[in-house]
Design a protein around this ligand. Structure first.
Ligand code: CA
Length: 305
């Protein structure tokens, strides 16, 4: 089956990230990371709107059971009361001031998992960012935060198998996609192993693994930052089994959406691009939709708090 790629919101963000598809409203939520903005695109009406979260970095927007959204404000997790009133209240300071929260996702028990990294928005060259500043945390419905991993560089995409036995997780700077045994009851991960090493010569031209989602066949869809593509990975073999190319290099994340979760929504970035580069790839910073993939994802979880 051959796929079709279209732009659904053109040039709407500097750093598109954190796509979340809300099936109840058929809306795609996402963030503009270093603008501190959250965006909503209704895929039925095609209405697009944004909110500023009154912060320097916004990395997640996920609906909550109690109404409104769980969001991040650079180092803090916060509640966005409702899309219409825009009121934001911090509920937990999670990270040190020099750092920022990054990709996050809710597991099948309703717990948020969210990682962090050094906040490099003012240091353009990522090779100069201090190493090992990132961690991976979880947040319970009652607001308690637990640290699971330290010494990460850029904590990024994550997702879980349908049976919740495995959690997949990405650290972008060592270019690793890892698997862990996942204990959903205890909320713990263990037995870390490598699924795919993007720095390996066996899988060249992969850029940096960034955001990730899983399909109903248990295959991973990984956004390849600086490589202009999303790849479908078989986690059993670590092999790329499909590649979808995009008309810009900085592809950041993806999630399934649409009525049957058969559309793949993909975010992109203009991070540190020169005017000449932007001229060459003018769709950088757009949101894309891929149809006709012949696979499907599943409904995203909401935060249980
Ligand atoms: Ca990311």
């Amino acid at each position: 089956m051959s796929e079709k790629i279209e732009v659904v919101v053109k040039n709407c963000v500097q750093n598109g990230e954190g796509p979340y598809f809300d099936d109840t409203t058929q809306s795609l939520y996402y963030v503009d990371l270093f603008a501190g903005d959250v965006h909503k695109y209704n895929t039925v009406t095609r209405n697009h709107s944004r909110q500023n979260l009154d912060c320097s970095v916004a990395s997640v927007i996920i609906p909550r059971q109690k109404g409104g959204f769980l969001v991040s404000q650079r180092t803090d997790l916060a509640i966005l009361d409702s899309w219409d009133n825009g009121k934001v209240t911090s509920i937990a300071k999670v990270e040190a001031d020099a750092n920022m929260l990054n990709d996050g996702k809710v597991d099948a028990s309703g717990k948020l998992w969210i990682g962090s990294c050094f906040c490099g928005k003012d240091i353009p060259d990522p090779s100069k960012w201090p190493k090992g500043q990132g961690s991976l945390y979880s947040l319970e419905a009652n607001g308690s935060v637990k640290k699971h991993i330290s010494n990460l560089n850029i904590s990024n995409g994550m997702d879980w198998t349908d049976d919740n036995s495995v959690m997949y997780f990405i650290d972008s700077i060592p270019r690793q996609v890892w698997a862990f045994d996942f204990d959903i009851k205890a909320g713990n991960i263990s037995n870390q192993r490598t699924v795919a090493d993007f720095s390996s010569t066996e899988i060249p031209d992969m850029g940096f693994p960034d955001g990730m989602t899983i399909d109903t066949e248990g295959k991973l869809w990984v956004a390849c930052f600086d490589a202009g593509k999303v790849v479908r990975l078989d986690p059993e073999t670590g092999k790329v089994i499909r590649t979808v190319k995009f008309p810009c290099e900085k592809i950041t994340s993806c999630c399934f959406g649409g009525k049957d979760f058969t559309d793949l929504y993909v975010t992109s970035s203009q991070f540190l691009m020169t005017p000449a580069q932007l001229e060459k790839t003018p769709l950088a910073g757009s949101i894309f939709k891929v149809t006709g993939l012949g696979v499907r994802g599943r409904k995203a979880n909401i935060f249980s708090g």
